[in-house]
Structure formats: C-alpha cells, structure tokens
Design a binder for this molecule. Structure first.
Ligand code: SF4
Ligand code: SF4
Length: 192
C-alpha cells in the first residue's frame, strides 16, 4: 500500500521510521562520519598563503612562448580565428628573420577568455600555451587586456607544458598517422 505523509498528505513524501523520528541516531551517524575525517590527512590549503603545485596538464591563462629573446609566434592568426569568445586580437608585421612575420601587437582579453585551450591546440608553432597561472584579479576592466609585455613568458618556464603537449600529441597522432617528429617540417622552428 502506498504510504503518504500524514502531516502534509503528500504521497511522494516517505514516512519516517522510529529512529528517523528520534533524530539522534542520524545525528550520531553524521558526527561519527565527521570525527573519522578529523584523523585523515588534510586536503584543504590556506590559500593564498599556501599554493598547490599544479601539473603540466593544468590549463591556466594562455601565454606566448618567448625563445631567444623573441616570440615564437608568426602572426598566422589561427588562434584568434579559433578563439570562441574572440578574446585574441593581433596585428601582423614583417621581419627580416627566417620566420618573416611576427605580431607587432598581440592582446588577450582575459575577461573574455574561457580557458578552453583552442588557441594552444591550433597553433602550428606551439607559440601560445596554457600556463599554470590561475589566480588573476583586476581592479579595472582595461587591466584584463594583456599585451605582449604580460603575455611573453620564457620557454624554460613553460617547458613542462611544452613537454606535456609533445607527449600528448605524439600519442594521438601515432594512433592514426604514425607521427614522426622528424616529418614535422611545417614549422620554421622544426626546420634544420
Ligand atoms: S583559451 Fe580559449 S578563450 Fe582563451 S584565448 Fe585561448 S582560445 Fe580564446
Ligand atoms: S596560432 Fe600561434 S603562431 Fe599563429 S598567431 Fe596564434 S600564437 Fe601566433
């Protein structure tokens, strides 16, 4: 027979058993559960005084890779094209270097960025990568628009992420295309 709550008359509300009506057994069970966790290792940290070490798989704010005192970026515009919220803007210029083009202006509006990583995925030069930086705060909206002065980060700092991407991509390509790094000559930096 279907039971219903005798107070509210709602048939979808179940009747409480005697121990449920007494409350104490359930309160005791809850306290026991909390006490058990007191003796387990702490997982919370006192942020921002304490910070956690993030692995290379973490996607923090996107940054530009700086190598030999210049950006790797060749201003192809693919990242800006792929960016869903249109957070990236750039201006291409010519250079005498082998790469021929570079971004004279490169900006990311971090109020628009959704940390999707599409820019990193499409970049043929591995010139834009997701950094481990996650705590951004701004007093004014214009502070959130980051130019090259704040986007360029030394390659050595980003090396764990670059290594992670190389491992991940080689594995993906290897399944379908038998990817060999030596055949990856589309990029200026890979030509020897
Ligand atoms: S992470 Fe996504 S949203 Fe942010 S700049 Fe890159 S493509 Fe745009
Ligand atoms: S996709 Fe890469 S090389 Fe092309 S503009 Fe973006 S960062 Fe530069």
């Amino acid at each position: 027979m279907a039971t219903h709550n005798i107070i509210t008359g709602n048939p979808s509300e179940r009747e409480l058993s005697l121990s449920g009506k007494l409350y104490f057994p359930e309160i005791f069970k809850g306290m026991l559960y909390s006490i058990k966790h007191v003796f387990k290792p702490t997982v919370t940290i006192q942020y921002p005084e304490e910070r956690i070490e993030l692995g290379p798989e973490f996607r923090g704010r996107p940054v530009l890779v700086q190598e030999n005192n210049q950006e790797r970026c060749v201003a192809c515009g693919l990242c800006a094209r792929a960016c869903p919220p249109l957070a990236i803007s750039m201006q291409a210029a010519e250079t005498e270097d082998e790469k021929e083009r570079y971004p004279s202006v490169f900006e990311i509006d971090m109020l628009r960025c959704i940390y999707c990583g599409f820019c990193e995925d499409v970049c043929p030069e591995e010139a834009i990568v997701m950094s481990p930086e996650y705590d951004l705060n701004f007093l004014e909206r214009k502070e959130a628009i980051m130019g090259k002065d704040r986007l360029l980060v030394e390659k050595s700092v980003l090396q764990p992420r670059l290594d992670f991407l190389a491992r991940k991509r080689n594995k993906q390509f290897g399944k379908v295309y038998k990817f060999e790094a030596v055949n990856n000559t589309h990029s200026v930096r890979d030509r020897k």
